[in-house]
Design a protein around this ligand. Structure first.
Ligand code: IPT
Length: 991
C-alpha cells in the first residue's frame, strides 16, 4: 500500500472529525448511554476477516483474507507476529519520522449494512487501535489516524451505499507515533477497543462540556455546546439518583447554566451521580454529572474544599489472556479489588484508558490522574545506554510539537466531563522542553477546572536532573527514598504527589507503611501511586491445563526487559500479591492508637463519618484463641478527626494476649459487600512474657563418638551431630528419621527482584552477594568438645562460614545442649565479617522428610511477612499446610518467610518438631530449596525438592523496593556484626 501518513510527524490524522467529549447518543425517548441495545449504534465488534502481512508495502486490500480475528483484540495474542516486552528503550531504530520497512500490517475487513436516509449522518468510531490505521470504505480511502489510546471518528456518510458496505482497515505496528508511545508494556498491535457506527440526525450536538461549581447551598452546572450544523434547541434535564428532575432548562445558544439546590457532592467515598438528559429534536444524549470541585490551598490538594489523600496505584490495560483488551467485567474486577483494598485513586499509566473505564470510576468512586498517550524516554538510550543528555530530546524537538499537543488535546477533550478525573497528566517520562510548554498551554485552554501533572524532570545537559514545576499544579516525583521524600514534604510549594513509588515487583514492596505515615503527617502531601497494579504476562497452558505466565525474552526477542513487566500488586489473573494486602492495611480507613488503657480512633476518611461508613469489631485473643469480642457499630466520628473509643475490655493476665480492631464495611456499595474487612490494628496487651522454659526431664542422655561425630541418644530419640558441619545430620524419633539431609547454617536467600536491583545479582548495583560468594557459604569447624551430665549432653563447636576464595563471612561459637526430653537448646554467638554490609539472613536450615506438611506458628501471618513488610499481617497462632505457605511468584524468589515468630512447629503423622525462642525470629517452611528458587526463571519450571525445607532465622533482611525504588532501609537489614541466636529445637513423638 502506498500511503505514508504514518511517517510524517505533521500528520497525526486525516479526515477525522474534530475531537469531542465522549458520549453515546440514543433515540429520543430512549434512556441509554450504552452501545448495547441502542438502535443508534451499530457495533462492529466481532469476527473480522484478517490478513497479516510482515510489511505494509506487501499489504493489499484486494486480497481476500481467509483468516478471522476478533475485534477488539491484539493480533499477537492470536499467533501473528511476535510478542516483545520492552520498558524504556525504543524497539525500533530511533530514526523519526521513519519506521522499519518490515512494518507488520494487519488488514481487517468486514461488511455491515445501513439504510441510508437524507436525515441521517453516519460516524465511524475507533476507540483504540495500535499504532495507527488507514480506513477504507467500499474500496475508497476514508482517513487515517494515530494515537493508539484515543478515539478516531470519521464522518462516513458520503462513503456509504444503501445496504451492504465493506469496511477495510489497515493497521500498522509502527508509525511515527511509536516514538511517543514508548510505554513500559508488551508492544502489541491491532484494533483493541470497540469499533462502531453512530447514526445521528443531520443536526446534533457534537461536543459539550459540563462544568459544575459549588456554592453554599447550591451548585451551578454550566453547559457549553458545540452544535453540528445550524444551532439547535437543546433541552437539558438533570435528574437525581432517584430519577427526580432537580434542574432543567432550554437553549439554542451555546451555553446554559442550571442551578441545583442542596446538591449532593461527588467524591470517591460517596460517588453520588446525577443524570443529564440532553434532548434535541431527533436525538438524546444521556450522561452522568458529578458535582465536585478540585483545587489547591497553599500546597494542599482539595476536593470540594476538603483536603484529600490519594491512595493510588498505577494501572495499565493488561490482561494475560486478552492483552490490551479490557472488557467491562475485567475493568470492574480491577476496580472491585482496588476498592476492597482501600485504593481510591488511579493513574492511567501511561495513556487514556477505554472511555467506559472513567464511567466506572465515576460510578464506583475513584480519583483519576488521566494521562496522555505520551512517553518518549526511549530517547534516553538513543545515543548510548541511558545517557541523560538525550532524555528530553523529543520534548525539545519542535518537529514533534504537533503530535505532542494533539495527544493532550485528545485526552482532555474526550474525558472532560468525567468527575473522576481530578488531574490531567501530560504523559510519562519524556523530559521537559519547548513541547511541554505548548502541551501545557493546550490543556489550560481546554480546561481550567482540573490540576495539571507531569513529572517534569529536565535532563538536558545544562539542568541535569532538575525538576521544574513552575508550569504545573502539583509537584510529582518517582521513587524518592524515604529521607528525600520527607524533605520534599517539608519544602513543597504545591501539592506533593509520588506518581510512582513502592515498586511492587516480586516479593515487596517494603516500607510502604513508612511512606503512608508521611502522607498523613504532612498536609501538603497528597499521596502516591504504587507502581503498579498488575503483573503483565502472557498466559499459556501446559499439557495438563495449568496456567503458565511468560514475560520478556520468552518470545525470542533480542531487545527486551525480562521480567520487569511482572511488577504488580496482583498476579496476571488478579490474585492479590501479599504486597496488595500490605497496601490495604497501610491505606486502612481508621487508625486506632493506644494510650495506656484507652484506645483512640482516627478517621482517615476524607468525607464520610465513621458511623456511616464502617463498623468496628474487636477481638481479644490469647495464644491465638479468641477469649472476648465486641463491636462498635454507631460510633460517630467526623472525617479527619480523632476520639476515644468506647470499649471496656475484660482484664486478662498473661502472655500472648492480643487485641485486634477490625474495620468492616457498613455502607452499601456495589463493589464492597457489607461486612468486608477493610483493615485492622492490633495491640499486644500481654502482662507477662511467655514462659518458654523447658519441661523438666530426668531421662538420661548419652553421647557416643562415631566416625564423623557424636551420637546423642535419649529415651525416645537419637540425634547424630556431624562434626564437619557443626550441626546435626540425623534426627530419629521413636525409630523414625525426620531429616532428609543434614541441617546447615544459612546466610543466603534466593534473591528477590528487589535484591537483584540492590545487591547486584543481576548486572547492576555495587555489592553482589554472589561475587562475595555468600551463596556458597558453608561451615568450616574447629575443635568440637562434648560434655555430658546425667540428663544432658552439651556440644560446643566453634566454626566459620566460608566459601572458596573468600575470607570467612562469620565466626560462630555454636553450643547445643541436648536434654533428656529430646529438646536441643541451641545458642550461637556470631561475629560477622566487618566489611559485609549486611547478610540476607542468618539461621539454620533443616531438610525434613517431605511428609512434614503441617505447620503451626505464632507470629506475623497469615501471609508472608518481613521486617519491612508486615503491616498487612497480625500476630496469632496460624495453621497451614506447607504448600500453603508458598508464594508462587512468576519469577521464583525468596518467599513465605514469617517475621516476629515466637514459636513454630512442623509435624508429620508421627512427630512434631518445635522451634521456639524468647526473642522473635523468622521462619520459612517450603517444598523448594533456595537453590532451586534462585536457579529457576519461571514459576512453572520449579521442581519440588522432595523434602520440607525449614529455615529458622535469627533474622531475615527486609525486602525493600530496590528493583526500581529505594533499597531496604538500614534498620531492616541484618547489619549486626555481633549477636547471639538462641533457640530451642524440640522433636517429640506425636501424642
Ligand atoms: C518508571 C516508569 O515510569 C514506569 O513506566 C515503569 O517503567 C517503572 O518505572 C518501572 O517498572 S521508569 C524508571 C526508570 C523510573
Amino acid at each position: 500500500m502506498n500511503y505514508n501518513y504514518h511517517q510524517d510527524l505533521n500528520i497525526v490524522r486525516m479526515n477525522t472529525m474534530p475531537d469531542r467529549s465522549y458520549y453515546i447518543p440514543c433515540s429520543p425517548g430512549d434512556d441509554t448511554s450504552s452501545k448495547e441495545y441502542n438502535e443508534r449504534v451499530l457495533l462492529l465488534n466481532g469476527s473480522w476477516q484478517f490478513a497479516y502481512f510482515p510489511s505494509f508495502s506487501e499489504a493489499s486490500l484486494e486480497s481476500t483474507p481467509d483468516n478471522v480475528l476478533p475485534v477488539p483484540s491484539n493480533w499477537q495474542m492470536y499467533g501473528y507476529d511476535n510478542h516483545q516486552y520492552v520498558n524504556i528503550d525504543y524497539p525500533i531504530p530511533f530514526n523519526p519520522p521513519f519506521v522499519p520497512k518490515e512494518n507488520p500490517c494487519g488488514v481487517y475487513k468486514r461488511t455491515f449494512s445501513v439504510e441510508l436516509t437524507e436525515k441521517t449522518r453516519f460516524y465511524l468510531n475507533f476507540e483504540g487501535v495500535d499504532s495507527c490505521h488507514y480506513v477504507f470504505l467500499n474500496g475508497v480511502f476514508v482517513g487515517y489516524s494515530q494515537v493508539s489510546h484515543s478515539t478516531a471518528e470519521y464522518d462516513i456518510t458520503s462513503f456509504l451505499q444503501d445496504g451492504e458496505n465493506q469496511i477495510a482497515v489497515a493497521v500498522l505496528k509502527w508509525c511515527d507515533g511509536t516514538y511517543l508511545e514508548a510505554q513500559d508494556k508488551f508492544r502489541m498491535s491491532g484494533i483493541f477497543r470497540d469499533v462502531y457506527v453512530l447514526r445521528r440526525p443531520q443536526q446534533h450536538v457534537r461536543h459539550y462540556v459540563v462544568q459544575p461549581s459549588i456554592q453554599q447551598e447550591s451548585a451551578t452546572v454550566s453547559f457549553k455546546f458545540d452544535d453540528f450544523g445550524t444551532a439547535l434547541v437543546k433541552s437539558v434535564k438533570v435528574l437525581d439518583a432517584e430519577g427526580r428532575a432537580v434542574a432543567q432548562g432550554e437553549t439554542c445558544d451555546d451555553t446554559l447554566s442550571l442551578t441545583i439546590e442542596n446538591p449532593v457532592h461527588w467524591n470517591a467515598e460517596q460517588p453520588y451521580l446525577y443524570q443529564m438528559v440532553l434532548d434535541t429534536l431527533q436525538e438524546r444524549i444521556v450522561d452522568t454529572i458529578g458535582i465536585r470541585t478540585i483545587a489547591t490551598r497553599g500546597n494542599v490538594l482539595l476536593v470540594n474544599e476538603q483536603p484529600i489523600k490519594l491512595k493510588g496505584v498505577n494501572r495499565h490495560d493488561s490482561y494475560p489472556d486478552t492483552g490490551y483488551v479490557a472488557s467491562r467485567e475485567q475493568m470492574v474486577m480491577d476496580l472491585q479489588l482496588m476498592k476492597q483494598h482501600n485504593i481510591n485513586a488511579i493513574r492511567t499509566s501511561h495513556y487514556p484508558n477505554a472511555p467506559e473505564f472513567y464511567h466506572l470510576c465515576d460510578e464506583f468512586g475513584f480519583y483519576v490522574i488521566d494521562e496522555g498517550d505520551m512517553e518518549s524516554h526511549g530517547a534516553w538510550s538513543s545515543h548510548g545506554l541511558r545517557d541523560n543528555d538525550w532524555y528530553a530530546l523529543v520534548h525539545h524537538d519542535q518537529q514533534f510539537q504537533t503530535a505532542i499537543v494533539d495527544r493532550v488535546q485528545r485526552l482532555v477533550t474526550r474525558d472532560i466531563n468525567r468527575p473522576c478525573v481530578v488531574i490531567w497528566s501530560l504523559g510519562n517520562e519524556s523530559g521537559l522542553g519547548i513541547n511541554t510548554i505548548a502541551a501545557v498551554d493546550a490543556v489550560r485552554k481546554l480546561d481550567s477546572s482540573r490540576l495539571l501533572h507531569y513529572e517534569s524532570k529536565n535532563f538536558m545537559p545544562e539542568d541535569e536532573g532538575k525538576f521544574n514545576f513552575d508550569i504545573m499544579d502539583v509537584e510529582s516525583y518517582m521513587y524518592p527514598d524515604l529521607e528525600y521524600t520527607e524533605k520534599l514534604a517539608q519544602e513543597n510549594k504545591k501539592p506533593l504527589i509520588l506518581c510512582e513509588f513502592a515498586h511492587a515487583m516480586g516479593n515487596g514492596p517494603g516500607s510502604l507503611s513508612e511512606y503512608y505515615e508521611l502522607f498523613y503527617r504532612y498536609d501538603g502531601f497528597a499521596g502516591g501511586f504504587v507502581w503498579e497494579w498488575c503483573d503483565h504476562a502472557i498466559l499459556q497452558y501446559d499439557a495438563n491445563g495449568n496456567a503458565q505466565y511468560l514475560y520478556g525474552g520468552d518470545f525470542g526477542e533480542v531487545l527486551h526487559d525480562g521480567n520487569f513487566c511482572v511488577d504488580g500488586l496482583v498476579y496476571p489473573d488478579r490474585t492479590p500479591h501479599t504486597g496488595l494486602l500490605e497496601l490495604k492495611n497501610c491505606a486502612r480507613p481508621v487508625h486506632v492508637t493506644r494510650d495506656a488503657n484507652t484506645f483512640w480512633a482516627d478517621n482517615k476518611l476524607d468525607f464520610a463519618d465513621l458511623s456511616d461508613a464502617l463498623s468496628i469489631v474487636w477481638t481479644l485473643e490469647q495464644n491465638g484463641t479468641k477469649i472476648a469480642e465486641g463491636s462498635i457499630t454507631d460510633f460517630s466520628l467526623a472525617p479527619h478527626s480523632k476520639a476515644q473509643l468506647p470499649i471496656s475490655l475484660p482484664y486478662i493476665d498473661g502472655s500472648r494476649i492480643y487485641l485486634k480492631f477490625e474495620y468492616l464495611q457498613k455502607a452499601a456499595h456495589p463493589l464492597i459487600p457489607v461486612g468486608t474487612s477493610l483493615g485492622f490494628d492490633q495491640f499486644d496487651l500481654s502482662t507477662e512474657d511467655m514462659n518458654v522454659s523447658l519441661p523438666e526431664s530426668h531421662s538420661a542422655v548419652t553421647a557416643e563418638q562415631t566416625k564423623t561425630g557424636w551420637l546423642v541418644c535419649g529415651e525416645a530419640f537419637s540425634y547424630h551431630f556431624k562434626a564437619k558441619l557443626g550441626t546435626f545430620d540425623s534426627c530419629v524419633i521413636n525409630g523414625i528419621e525426620c531429616f532428609a539431609r543434614p541441617a546447615e547454617f544459612d546466610i543466603y536467600r534466593a534473591p528477590t527482584d528487589n535484591d537483584m536491583g540492590e545487591a547486584g545479582i543481576a548486572s547492576y548495583g555495587q555489592h553482589s552477594w554472589n561475587s562475595l560468594r555468600l551463596d556458597a557459604a558453608h561451615a568450616y569447624t574447629y575443635e568440637t568438645s562434648v560434655e555430658q551430665s546425667n540428663t544432658s549432653v552439651t556440644i560446643t563447636c566453634p566454626l566459620s562460614l566460608v566459601a572458596d576464595r573468600a575470607t570467612p563471612f562469620c565466626n560462630i561459637q555454636a553450643v547445643y545442649k541436648v536434654h533428656g526430653s529430646g529438646a536441643i537448646e541451641a545458642s550461637m554467638h556470631v561475629s560477622v565479617r566487618k566489611d559485609l554490609d549486611y547478610l540476607p539472613r542468618f539461621g539454620m536450615r533443616y531438610f525434613l522428610t517431605e511428609d512434614f506438611q503441617n505447620c503451626t506458628y505464632f507470629g506475623y501471618g497469615p501471609q508472608e511477612s518481613y521486617s519491612d513488610k508486615h503491616a498487612g499481617c497480625y500476630k496469632s497462632m496460624f495453621h497451614a499446610a506447607v504448600p500453603e505457605l508458598f508464594e508462587n511468584y512468576i519469577y521464583p524468589q525468596e518467599n513465605g518467610s514469617h517475621y516476629g515468630t515466637a514459636e513454630c512447629t512442623l509435624s508429620n503423622a508421627n512427630t512434631t518438631l518445635r522451634a521456639y525462642s524468647t526473642k522473635p525470629f523468622s521462619f520459612c517452611a517450603s517444598e523448594y530449596t533456595r537453590e532451586e528458587l534462585a536457579a529457576t526463571k519461571h514459576h512453572f519450571e520449579l521442581q519440588r525438592s522432595g523434602c520440607t525445607v525449614w529455615n529458622i532465622d535469627y533474622a531475615m533482611t527486609g525486602v525493600g523496593s530496590g528493583s526500581c525504588g529505594p533499597y531496604t532501609l538500614e534498620q531492616y537489614r541484618l547489619t549486626e556484626k555481633e549477636f547471639v541466636f538462641d533457640y530451642t529445637f524440640f522433636p517429640q513423638k506425636k501424642s
